[in-house]
Each structure stands twice: as C-alpha cells, then as structure tokens.
Design a protein around this ligand. Sequence first.
Ligand SMILES: *[C@@H]1O[C@H](CO)[C@@H](O)[C@H](O)[C@H]1NC(C)=O
Ligand SMILES: *[C@@H]1O[C@H](CO)[C@@H](O)[C@H](O)[C@H]1NC(C)=O
Length: 145
Amino acid sequence: MMGLVRGRERVVLVMVVMLVTISMMQSVSGVVLHKLGGNRYQGWKSNYNYTQWSMNEHFIVGDWLYFGYERNLFNVLQVSQTAYENCITENPIKNVTGGAGRDVFQLVAPITYYFTSSGGNYCQNGMKVAIPVVNAPPTPSTDHS
Ligand SMILES: *[C@@H]1O[C@H](CO)[C@@H](O)[C@H](O)[C@H]1NC(C)=O
Ligand SMILES: *[C@@H]1O[C@H](CO)[C@@H](O)[C@H](O)[C@H]1NC(C)=O
C-alpha cells in the first residue's frame, strides 16, 4: 500500500517536472517554424491556396518560415505587396532561393511579408502567400503572492 502511494507520487512528480521543463523550454525558445502549407517537403507549390493556411497560423516576430519544394520548378522570392498582388517576380526584395529546395526565412519585424515563386504561371495559380507578423504578446508578470 505504502509502495503504491509512493509509486503514484513519483509518477506525479515526474509529470510535474516534465511540464515545468517543457514550459521553460517554450519560454526560452518560443520560436515557431511554420511549414508552408503544413507539409514538410512539398509544401511550397503551385495550385494551392495559401490564404486559408496563413489564416490559421499565428506569426510572431522571431518565428521562421520553412519552404520545402521541387527545386527544379520553383523558388522563393520575397516581394512587395504590389508585386504579390500583381505577380511581378522581377526585382524581388530578397531572393530567398538557396538551391536545395529547402529554404528558411526568419520573420524579424512586425510587418506583412509577401512571397511568391517565379516561372510558369505559378504565382497566378496561387503560389503566393502573405504572412502577417505581430510582436510577441508581453509575458505575464510574475505572481508575487
Ligand atoms: C483562397 O482562400 C481565401 C480564404 O478562404 C478566399 O478568400 C480566396 O478567394 C481564395 N483564393 C482563390 C484564388 O481561390
Ligand atoms: C533567385 O536565385 C536563384 C538561385 O540562385 C536563381 O536561380 C534565380 O534566377 C533567382 N531569381 C531571381 C528573380 O533573382
């Protein structure tokens, strides 16, 4: 009986330690990696509506985007809002394309970022995304009770 209680207490203790550790890890590195379209390797592609995906994500300053795509077809260009709306891929703000078909991009400011791909009619076919980034909410003050 005694051993049973002690065993259960130990399980509870382990769980508490795990939860505290996880929450500490999250507050230290609360950075999120957003995978385009939710898919790891083929997430950045043509004929996909990224608006729906983007609406369900929360982009915080410091987060990263991950573009996984077919490198022989697509690329990653950060463009202006006008270029995003009109599918202009010349003179992008930044050519994020690394060459391997796996690119990351850090969202460093509380602005809306725009991305598309050149080639084909990919942009016209929906291969573009707007990423509205906000500042991290202030961390709740420590409880002094
Ligand atoms: C993409 O989805 C959004 C949100 O549902 C919708 O407003 C928009 O019209 C769609 N765009 C296309 C090209 O279908
Ligand atoms: C972006 O960079 C890739 C890889 O260096 C290159 O192939 C592509 O032509 C560039 N695109 C633009 C629009 O600069």
